[in-house]
Design a protein around this ligand. Structure first.
Ligand code: HPA
Length: 265
């Protein structure tokens, strides 16, 4: 049996998907995390609402540490995270899915480590390749069996938000090698790595980024585009949960904090 967490937003964790699931509030040293726990395709699955019960927590205020801690404390091994993104890369268009392979972190105010207390001491986690190669392979194999247009690679630029970017910022991110821009993948991905979890991200392009889009950006445009991709994302998540074939890629996610005595809850 695999133990899988899905971190996502509205629509992914709809009542139909969650039939027979138990809603639980998990207490962590960082606060509460809201989870729906159940079984699907013979695997234990936890849906975590990144933005809280009614999608009310903005990206810069998400309790990333509580969410990852809760996932870890439930014995989860695999984390599949979904995010909405704007596209900087003209090849990546609205409705496309991108299995990101690297990240540029431009967040400013978020606590991005579990290692900030005297008890835990100092630790420097390797983050050369932020996403688990084995999970990325699983997601790509699942996508290959669908008719969803997707990209196997992409550099995710994480901004602080909650505002959208300026045109000049997007130009800069393009020069730095960014393909996509979003507000939630950091510090989520580094916290998952510190917690020695396998973590991968699949981003849904909802709009062209500021200055590339011919019109000013709006939240409703993002929500509408997201709504159009929900069926595809649900299809992918169900396929990912049911996936039972071996993968070639090997990962060291479960021992990446070995140098510091391993991650302890
Ligand atoms: N910028 C930042 N975050 C986003 C965007 C964007 O253009 N679209 C969806 N999430």
């Amino acid at each position: 049996m695999r133990k899988i967490a899905i971190i996502g937003g509205t629509g992914i964790d709809n009542p139909k998907t969650l039939q027979g699931f138990e809603k639980r509030v998990i207490e962590t040293p960082y606060g509460k995390a809201l989870c729906n726990i159940g079984m699907m395709s013979g695997n234990q699955v936890i849906f975590v609402s990144r933005h809280g019960v009614d999608h009310s927590v903005p990206p810069h205020k998400v309790n990333y540490r509580a969410n990852i801690w809760a996932i870890k404390s439930l014995g989860t091994e695999e984390v599949f995270a979904t995010t909405a993104v704007g596209s900087i890369n003209p090849e990546m268009k609205a409705g496309h899915f991108v299995v990101c392979d690297n990240v540029l972190d431009f967040t400013k105010s978020r606590i991005s480590t579990f290692y900030d207390s005297p008890e835990r001491g100092v630790a420097h986690c390797d983050f050369t390749y932020p996403y688990c190669p084995a999970l990325r392979e699983k997601v790509i194999k699942c996508l290959e069996k669908t008719d969803i247009t997707f990209h196997k690679q992409g550099v995710y630029v994480c901004t602080e938000g909650p505002r959208f970017e300026s045109a000049a910022e997007i130009k800069m991110y393009a020069m730095l090698g960014g393909d996509l821009v979003g507000m939630t993948n950091m510090p989520e991905s580094i916290l998952a790595r510190e917690a020695e979890l396998c973590y991968t991200n699949c981003s849904i392009v909802t709009n062209m980024a500021a200055g590339i889009s011919p019109t000013p950006l709006s939240h409703s445009e993002v929500c509408e585009a997201m709504a159009q991709s929900i069926d595809n994302m649900q299809k992918l998540i169900l396929a990912f949960i049911a996936y039972d074939e071996p993968v070639e890629a090997k990962c060291g996610c479960h021992s990446c904090m070995k140098e510091f005595g391993g991650f302890k809850l």
